[in-house]
Design a protein. Structure first.
Length: 199
């Protein structure tokens, strides 16, 4: 015998109520939970693992050019720090000649404990003239300020230069950067498409 919405169970009337609204709400809450989880994971990746950066200006030419799009990894700085020749992004907060909290992209020339000298239009690292194959052949490296032209780097200091030495504002101007100013290392250039790869 068929029953309508009302049935008798143990002598008690039971009503079957439609539940489409409750099911819809449950589904929406499930979706919101997954979206929130994805947002949190994305934020954690950007803060602690990697981020996208765009190059502004030509201070790193010919290795990098204006509007190049880069992937910067932020993990290796916690495991040994930046090394000679690495291209890194640096927070300019507190640097002489820079206002605000913008980021700059430079190449690591000296690491903690190194002796840096800028003389004879070249860089001398620990007494030896530094071979810089990434520079254009006609590039000279001139000193800017005497106090930053000959120095020994402290345990948390790095000396950074732009590859386009004529226009780059770098450690010759504002001095060594500190380890906590390093944001990350440039890992990959993904735009423009004809220049994809490690710079």
């Amino acid at each position: 015998m068929k029953h309508s919405a009302e049935e008798s169970v143990n002598g008690t009337a039971v009503y079957e109520k439609p539940r489409p609204q409750r099911d819809f709400l449950h589904e929406v809450l499930d979706w919101l939970r997954y979206i929130l989880l994805a947002v949190v994971i994305g934020l954690l990746l950007v803060v602690f693992v990697a981020q996208r950066n765009a190059v502004i200006g030509q201070s790193m030419a010919p290795a990098l050019h204006h509007q190049d799009q880069l992937l910067v990894e932020k993990v290796s700085k916690w495991f040994g720090g930046a090394g000679h020749g690495d291209i890194i992004t640096v927070s300019t907060e507190g640097l002489q000649g820079h206002e605000g909290t913008t980021n700059i992209i430079k190449r690591v020339i000296g690491v903690p404990g190194d002796t840096i000298e800028i003389r004879d239009q070249a860089v001398y690292l620990n007494g030896e003239r530094l071979a810089e194959s990434y520079l254009s052949a006609d590039v000279d490296t001139d000193p800017r300020r005497d106090e930053y032209s000959s120095l020994v780097l402290a345990k948390d200091e790095y000396y950074v230069l732009g590859d386009n030495r004529a226009i780059s504002q770098d450690s010759r101007t504002f001095g060594p950067i500190h380890a906590d100013q390093i944001i990350g290392e440039v890992l990959f250039r993904f735009y423009p498409l004809d220049s994809i790869g490690r710079p």
